[in-house]
Design a protein around this ligand. Sequence first.
Ligand SMILES: *[C@@H]1O[C@H](CO)[C@@H](O)[C@H](O)[C@H]1NC(C)=O
Ligand SMILES: *[C@@H]1O[C@H](CO)[C@@H](O)[C@H](O)[C@H]1NC(C)=O
Ligand SMILES: *[C@@H]1O[C@H](CO)[C@@H](O)[C@H](O)[C@H]1NC(C)=O
Length: 264
Amino acid sequence: MKFTAVASALLCANIAAAAPGTAARREREVQRSINRRTNTLQPAVGALELPNGNGTAHVEYSSNWAGAVLIGTGYTSVTGTIVVPTPSKPSGSSSGTYSGSAWVGIDGDTCGTAILQTGIDFTISGSTVSYDAWYEWYPDYAYDFSGIPISAGDSITMTVTATSKKAGTAVIKNNTTGKTVTHSFSSETNQLCEENAEWIVEDYESGSSLVNFADFGTVTFTGASVNGGTGVSGATIIDIEQNSKVLTSCSTSGSSEVVCSYTG
Ligand SMILES: *[C@@H]1O[C@H](CO)[C@@H](O)[C@H](O)[C@H]1NC(C)=O
Ligand SMILES: *[C@@H]1O[C@H](CO)[C@@H](O)[C@H](O)[C@H]1NC(C)=O
Ligand SMILES: *[C@@H]1O[C@H](CO)[C@@H](O)[C@H](O)[C@H]1NC(C)=O
């Protein structure tokens, strides 16, 4: 991907200055833009039934993104609420560490320059489940929010807002208490296009390979909207396919819900 050289250069340039708290995150070379398969639009062999039951739904496959993407113009605010899932080791897989992310974002699909995104990572390692909440203006790294301890079952609202193509905010709100954490970006070098809005469950990269993808059960983005109004109607549905196996089943429900289940 075209970002790899940029990301690597940033990694080299910044690593000496990394604060201890961000070291772990920086080990994870964050390549969050979509890796589209070359044979998109074709259901994989053995693929699950598509949402319209007819094999012609606008579903595409990716090695790392599952969810819904709107492609348009002037997308400056994207929001969605999830109940934090409990990840588990996929059945039949060996012991180890399994992870994934759930996030909302602007750009990352057809826009080739930047992504503004915020969300959570979930990990199960042995029997220990952990979470962190982060914000990112790709191709810079993702950074952890502090002060918002995430637990399974929490209702959290994730919102990104672009105040210009070079500035904006990432906000995660505890939907139970109303408490928020916010990061403001200003004068970013890499500009947004404001042409993609997305609600994504991701198998993210660490180092140069994808992390083992956790069974996340079901993640439902409720209250999914763009620019405070328009919902998810017309979004392209993306499912994760790896090694010819489809691992997720995503769909939209009504005008403001995106539902993704792990099916691997
Ligand atoms: C199946 O696909 C065809 C061709 O796109 C379309 O005309 C038809 O309405 C679809 N049927 C259903 C049940 O979605
Ligand atoms: C949200 O608030 C509830 C109630 O205080 C708390 O139990 C939960 O841990 C909080 N979650 C987050 C993500 O802040
Ligand atoms: C936020 O939490 C409240 C109380 O649990 C719930 O009624 C509401 O639907 C939640 N909001 C969203 C957008 O899910």
